[in-house]
Design a protein. Sequence first.
Lengths: 348, 93
Amino acid sequence: MQLQSTSYDLTDSADIQEFFHSRGWTDGFPIVPPTPELVQNCLEWVGMSADQLIGVEPVKERAIVVEKLAINAIMAGCLPVHFPIVVAAWNAMLQPQFLLHGATASTGGCAVLSILNGPIRLEIEAKAEFDVLGNGARATSVIGRALRLGLINILNVSPGAIDRSTLGHPGKISYCLAEDEEGTNWQSLAQSRGIPEQVSAITVVASGAPRQIMNEWTSVPEEILDTYVAEIRANMLNYSIWAGDYVIVIPKQHRDYLEAAGWSKADVAQYIYENARVKRSEWGQVGKQAVVRDKGDVTYNALMEPKNLLVLAAGGPAGGFGAIIPPWLGTKSRAVTMAIGACVNCES
Amino acid sequence: MSLQVLNPTSEEVIEECSLAKRLSTLEGATVGFISNGKEGTDRFFSSLTGVLYEQFSVAEVVLTTKSNYSAPADQTLIDEARDWHAVVTGVGD
């Protein structure tokens, strides 16, 4: 299958960069020129033809074909080995419960967080320790960027166009991380969401910016988790009170205390489910008295069920830090986990 | 030396829609509102409803709300709108 995209003959590196920038086809950073050869390499790696349909974005009714994903992945710096992850992530984002248009258009300004699990992490060296929420690894940086460039170019999710974020956050540049499965005895996030062991998977979540916490002064699980709970409660009051899919990132220092005390991810989720709650009257303490009305005694949970907490083992080996990553807005968008290069529970 | 590069955008040709025929008058018409469901729409649309009845003599105003303000209207709502002479939709916050 021949590539269908319009091609351009450009003369030098600076020329190419300005050509792409001037058309609004970048995120402001330099791109890798998407040549037909590089794009074909990605297609061959996944064994897909250029015109293979990944899905249709229902609001704009726009077909998402693999050739365009490959072009944007190359631009972001992806190698062919990264490309199956990009394809799986798009497949996940196009599931109806993810509500891709709403999540990428909203003034709320979330970004698409993607979380990697399974053997592919090791193959692509997606490190999950130091700076896991920063530029911790080449693989995660370029995969996250590929998703964003694809949104910009294929669905016009550019600032001020489809993307109407009031503020946005830095995760809109790239927001991908891997789980530190080797550094924990806990079940992986993907397994807890139904993916078999040894199958690689990606989970996409419409997420706000990470909110970092610190508690280096206890080894008691409840006390450690109370700090995470406090940050979730703060998010509920200061941002959105509605329950949704929260992610918490627990680095090794906190994890070691929790695991030594025999706490599983399910135990962590149960504790946070029971404690991450606010009363509507508490809005009055943060300047939102006007919307308390006569519902001050109503209690709101951060999680509809414990399983709505996505507990992630990741982060550098030292430091009593952690992070909560709040949902975009309640349950408007749900986290979606998709196997990479495999079909799990698919119809034959 | 030149390098061949590819267009990263959709390049899908978007089918243009044409506007519905304009009404010459609202008198006796059924006008529907499709609210996005945000809180601010209540007062705004109820105020507009008053204007439509008092100043434009419409026969009926139908107030509807989408089930999810970040998603397109449900098909049942779109089907209901086919019975209206005019529809007002928009974002309220």
